[in-house]
Ligand binder design. Structure first.
Ligand SMILES: C[S@@+](CC[C@H](N)C(=O)[O-])C[C@H]1O[C@@H](n2cnc3c(N)ncnc32)[C@H](O)[C@@H]1O
Length: 400
């Protein structure tokens, strides 16, 4: 049982365990060794008869666990005596509210700098996600028919998506054609902007319909340097108007990829400086709610990956093999890997309605996700299918 209401209440959080017997010598030695190894400013024990009170302020849980295991081995502790320490660890692990500083979890006063009083009440008053309220999304879940499961389909996305039931996809990750004349295989990339957005939004409306409640739509968009159309704002606005919750914006830093030219705009004059962008965006939206339910055993992101990737600036070089695959605007695999591990679970169904040379579907397969990839170009679909044929050994490696 944890409570914060004893004498040391303000400075420490207490974990109280009644072992209903006196402590064994080995337990006492382990406690003494723990107190010797770690600072009593971080935590300390107070023992009263059969009660063990553990006062906790901060801890490096990994170090603590490793040292406890080492001591349990050293003292060759029987399970009835090691139970106390396992119970303490499990109680610490179950404390959900803490801050992190210099590798330690901080359990008290970590949120003191927050100046907002009654934060929850105020959020309720303001109405969080006000633009996404009164949506009519249902929580039904439908099965993606077999003919679409783990398939690459060559067609106009709009036509295929219309055949899918509502709420059958966990996550959409895609990069639409940018409409500045990239010279794709079949599509005319460089049409009237109004027509471009009309078609794009028809496809995105279908994406919203087929995504499950709690599912995500993640769109990679480049800040446009030609025509001065801020498509990342226009597209984000579209999703917000359609009642999705805007969850995040990831800045994909591409290592100065687009920065080599100097011949645009004014030179050394404020008359018309030309701004260069070395990044693109990933806009992340949620349907219905931010939290996506999933089984614990289907989480495959590691602690280190999580820590690094929640910092929303990802430095990833562009795909270097575009010539080899004959596609002018491919995702690098690393971008998809991070996105899928951070925002989806193993066995989820991932859709890319502009699948191109199939990077999303390839990485989904490698990571043990299901997928559906659609592209209008037969040539790109053939490449995407070829890329899916992984050697068996590699398949095993990636799905673990
Ligand atoms: C930016 S690329 C996507 C590249 C992909 N992310 C990859 O890693 O290869 C956009 C793709 O959209 C496809 N496309 C354009 N209009 C389409 C439509 N109506 N339906 C399906 N695909 C379409 C193009 O053929 C192009 O391959």
């Amino acid at each position: 049982m944890q409570d914060k209401s004893n004498d040391l209440n303000k400075e420490y959080l207490s974990i109280n365990i009644d072992i209903k017997r006196t402590l064994h010598n080995k337990e006492l030695e382990i406690i003494a060794a723990l107190e010797k190894k770690f600072s009593n400013k971080d935590f300390f024990f107070k023992l009263e008869d059969s009660k063990v009170n553990f006062f906790l302020k901060s801890i490096n849980l990994q170090d603590f666990k490793e040292f406890v295991n080492h001591l349990l081995k050293k003292y060759d502790t029987e399970s009835k005596h090691s139970k106390l320490f396992h119970d303490i660890i499990s109680k610490i692990e179950n404390i959900k509210s803490y801050g992190i500083k210099s590798g330690k979890r901080i359990y008290v006063t970590y949120n003191q700098e927050r100046k907002v009083q009654n934060r929850k009440k105020k959020i309720l008053q303001r109405g969080s996600f006000f633009y996404a309220q009164d949506n009519e999304f249902t929580k039904e879940v439908n099965v993606l028919p077999d003919k679409f499961l783990n398939k690459i389909i060559c067609a106009d996305s709009l036509e295929i998506l219309k055949q899918l039931p509502n709420n059958c996809i966990d996550l959409v990750f895609t990069s639409p054609p940018y409409n500045f004349g990239l010279g794709y295989d079949t599509t005319e990339d460089g049409i009237d902007w109004e027509k471009y957005f009309e078609k794009l939004f028809d496809i995105f409306k279908e994406c919203i319909r087929v995504v499950k409640f709690g599912g995500r739509i993640i769109v990679n968009i480049q800040p446009l340097y030609s025509d001065y159309i801020p498509s990342h704002h226009i597209i984000s606005n579209f999703f917000i108007k359609n009642k999705l919750i805007w969850k995040a914006e990831i800045l994909w830093e591409k290592h100065n990829y687009n920065c080599k030219y100097t011949a645009w705009g004014s030179w050394k004059s404020p008359s018309n400086p030309y701004m260069k962008y070395t990044w693109e965006y990933l806009e992340v939206f949620c349907k219905g709610e931010m939290k996506k339910e999933g089984k614990k055993e289907n989480i495959d992101i590691t602690g280190d990956e999580f820590k690094k990737w929640v910092v929303a600036q990802w430095s990833i070089a562009p795909e270097r093999n575009m010539k080899k695959y004959g596609h002018p605007a491919m995702f690098p695999e690393e971008l998809v890997r991070r996105t899928l591990k951070l925002f989806s679970y193993k066995n989820d169904i991932i859709l890319d309605p502009f699948n191109g040379a199939g990077t999303t579907t390839l990485v989904a397969k490698k990571l043990g996700r299901n997928f559906l990839g659609i592209d209008i170009s037969k040539k790109y679909c053939e490449i995407a299918k070829k890329r899916l044929k992984l050697p068996k050994t590699l398949e095993k490696f990636y799905s673990n």
